[in-house]
Design a protein around this ligand. Structure first.
Ligand SMILES: CC(C)(COP(=O)(O)OP(=O)(O)OC[C@H]1O[C@@H](n2cnc3c(N)ncnc32)[C@H](O)[C@@H]1OP(=O)(O)O)[C@@H](O)C(=O)NCCC(=O)NCCS
Length: 184
């Protein structure tokens, strides 16, 4: 599945978002690029755990989307989703939260630093959302940092589709949690 877009912010590349099936594309094939982009995107190796990335990739119910430049085949971005029940099972701090059905959790999204703030989040996430809808999901949940403006960007983008949101303090600064309806 691919999503090509025509937007002036990325005339120099041809973005294509691909849903990756781990049974066909082994982790070892994408591992190096994904880890390198993650460290570059977050400016800190501590923000990203290879163990987590690997576990999410191998979760049989996960969906992983890679954003590539179709001309060079270079990986530019990554996002992954797992069933929300698996996320809350992983994180004991979250056990008090209600686990809703038909809900996917998006633990991580990143784009290589040189390609950030050019609108590439749109093809990456719209491909992820369509893949989730195709698998029967009706909602996503995610957390986003308030500092830096990503939480605000999510608020602007999803608007009325945000079912609930709340901000909590964490050791990486305030995090906004969103529950969002999929579809238009
Ligand atoms: C956060 C990050 C993924 C955003 O991607 P990006 O391509 O740089 O995003 P941009 O700043 O170009 O685009 C944001 C715009 O896209 C819009 N948008 C479209 N689809 C969106 C979506 N699914 N989610 C969020 N914003 C979306 C936003 O509304 C915003 O538009 P506006 O500012 O005009 O209102 C990227 O900057 C990054 O990798 N940062 C470092 C890692 C990180 O912090 N990841 C998030 C936590 S896991």
């Amino acid at each position: 599945m691919a999503f090509g877009v025509d937007r002036k912010n990325y005339d120099d590349i041809l973005p294509v978002a691909e849903v990756i099936d781990f049974t066909h594309v082994p982790w070892e094939k994408v591992r190096g690029d994904v880890l390198a982009i993650a460290k570059d995107a977050f400016l800190s190796p501590d923000m990203v755990s290879e163990l987590d990335l690997h576990a999410w990739y191998m979760n049989p119910d996960s969906v992983t989307v890679l954003l590539k430049d179709a001309q060079s085949d270079q990986i530019l971005g990554y996002t992954t989703a797992i069933p929300v029940r698996d996320w809350y099972r992983e994180d004991p701090r979250m056990r008090k939260r209600q686990i809703y059905p038909e809900t996917a959790y998006i633990p991580m999204t990143f784009i290589a630093r040189a390609y950030q703030h050019r609108g590439l989040i749109e093809p990456l996430m719209s491909t992820m959302e369509q893949a989730l809808i195709d698998r029967g999901y009706r909602f996503i949940e995610r957390d986003a940092r308030v500092v830096g403006g990503y939480a605000d960007a999510i608020g602007r983008h999803y608007g009325d589709r945000i079912v609930s949101s709340e901000v909590r303090k964490t050791n990486v600064g305030p995090l906004a949690h969103f529950r969002i309806m999929l579809g238009d």
